[in-house]
Design a protein around this ligand. Sequence first.
Ligand SMILES: [Zn+2]
Length: 609
Amino acid sequence: MPECLQPHAGQRAAVRYTVSVHDAHAHLFSVVLRVQRPRPRQGFSLPVWIPGSYLVREFSQHLQNLRAFQGAQPLALRQVDKNNWRSEAASELPLELHYEVYAFDTSVRSAYLDATRGFFNATSLCLRVLGQQDQPHELECLPGPSTQGWQLVTGLGPLQVGSDGFGRYQAQDYDELADCPLALGTFWSGSFSVRGVPHRFVVSGAGAWLDGARLLADTRRICEAQIDFWHPQPDAAPPFSSYLFMLHASADGYGGLEHRNCTALLCQRADLPNLDESAAPAARKASDGYTTLLGLISHEYFHTWNVKRLRPAEFARYDYGRENHTELLWFFEGFTSYYDDLLLRRAELIDSATYLQLLAKTINLVQQTPGRHVQSVAQASFDAWTKFYRVGENTPNATVNYYSKGALVALCLDLTLRAEGHSTLDAVLRALWQRCAGGPMREIDLLRVLQRLGRRSFEPEIKAWVHSTQELPLSALLQAHGVKIGEEKAPLAQQLGLRLNESAAGVSLKNVLRGGAAEAAGMAAGDEWLGIEFDARQPDMPAEAWRIHKLEQVPLLRGQRQRLVALLAREQRLLRCTLDWPAESKTLSLSPGDTALLAAWLDAPRASA
Ligand SMILES: [Zn+2]
């Protein structure tokens, strides 16, 4: 429970925001920004992106009704560009800006408000006071008529707050303010401590059926495993004094955003642990959905070290006004993705077979992405802003997922280090944390640590796996560590080089993959696949035409024919494309082979140097 902790609660910060729930039905927050000592012609700027999500989102599109005052006098304010304003005041008397922000984004990246809950990041609501970003900031959040019974939670330090969490909070600078979202509403809430550090978990949007005790116990095991991972000395403390999980459950949400001492998470209601299910001992094995949620919790918590503290040198100081490019997202997102599931295994929340199934999914995802031949994972990191985050019909052909391929680079490095017998990737990450003092790093830092602990240069591996499009040596490394590799028939859409949307309306093509049978036939993203036809001109094929509603009908109708005509609708025109049926392609399956070898990797002692 937050309380008044600060000795200087009476002093007011140089930059102060007051946020109120102006009109929940109109999804409007109202904000008053007070600047104690404005500069002459003081500038103000709203971020265009939020750290952790690499897309220019133009938050200023939702800002409205901006007015400035000095005392009771209205003050001229000039808009300089899409997200910058300048006051015309020459004097240094206190200045106020009044404005509203429309908040109806259900993701964790922006702001949301309705009569049931509220959520916001300062990057959406709080104009930066240029030249004063390093001054202490204060944020006051006021309750309103529509917030009765609500609580407020945030990772910000409390200055003067009520038992419901509403009140005044402080941040040492704008960066901290921007890194501590606020959630408002009614929550299930639980807490635990790890190494004396209090952790709180709040859930909004769940029903009374939520098995909060299970969620809390499992999260605690994740936190213990990760603190043990980064700080094997039992008396060492993690680099934060408290931690807050803010989870909102909705019909179909999924996602998370990492912050320095908290995370905002979204999940599907159906993925939460349910009291009825948990009552049956057979159901203690986590469902696929709950395993996905635990993986998300593990992922965002791991980021507390890996990207929030240890971070790309380019992020040493965020530029909130433009893209901040780095080639290192394969490391920060990829290595975090490698460890999110691996640490679920180490925390004994999943078994080895389940871990290997999750890993096989990652491998198949990368192998089925033609863009891996086009971009290296370092280039994909740099272009995240214009490619990975701007998903279109050509995305799988043009870029590679730096989460998945980065995770496989981590896997290959870990298994290579283990095979050579000198070190592990766990030890490399801890040494990197020491070397960079939990701060900005470059690729050369990783290379130096790999060389020291692995007792040789890993430049050839980094060049091949990270800076080129060469294939990763996955099979050999996995087999050497006790994994049995099998093959399964690839899903039909994959065989044809397609990704689809199937609905009651029929089959529509989402992506046509480079080099596949569908591309060769001339099929295109956006086409509706209406039916198939067999050409009577070929002697063994009587002429027939069939309507299809699902892709799986095609092989049944095709029989043994090697060639068919796909009937497509594109921009109101009906097209015939000749499709040559491709040879059968395979996907990979992984299962436990040599259990002793596997245990040496998956259950590795954490303190090895
Ligand atoms: Zn991440």
